[in-house]
Design a protein around this ligand. Sequence first.
Ligand code: FE2
Ligand code: FE2
Length: 175
Amino acid sequence: MPPFALTSDLLTGIPTVDEQHGDLLDIANEVVAAADGRLHPDLFDLALSFLVGYTTYHFAAEETVMAKVAYPGHGHHAQVHDRLREQVVAILFRVRNQGPTQQSKSDVMRLLEDWVVLHVRESDREFAHFVRDQHIDVATLILPTVESLKTCGAIDLDFDERFATGVAGLRSAQR
Ligand SMILES: [Fe+2]
Ligand SMILES: [Fe+2]
């Protein structure tokens, strides 16, 4: 059984956001699988790159939707994303230097549980409460494409678009 799953306590009720969270957790499972030392270090590195890349894309997409609906918690949520991304990157670089080992596997597990899952359960669901309270039609909350995020400066122009294809992109890159 993979360690991470989009359980009901993690659902926001916003289909596009839930879909991305599911993809994020699928990538997390691939990272954990690659971290236990049985796979080649290159595959571990690839999975980590997709985790960082997809996180960057997801955060930018989520923040754009928050701005669009004038979510009052948008600024604070974006700050939390920034901190979270810095921590994810820092820990992943450390883990990357260690290579795929039992230690790196448990470091990644702890990081994902403490930060990513907790953030979805608490902060993203807080945004979802706002959406419901404002009677915003969730079907209208379409997450922006990489191209439009680049155009508005929400992500860097050199962002590798493959990362935004999520776990499907990772699996095809693993082959
Ligand atoms: Fe999120
Ligand atoms: Fe978030």
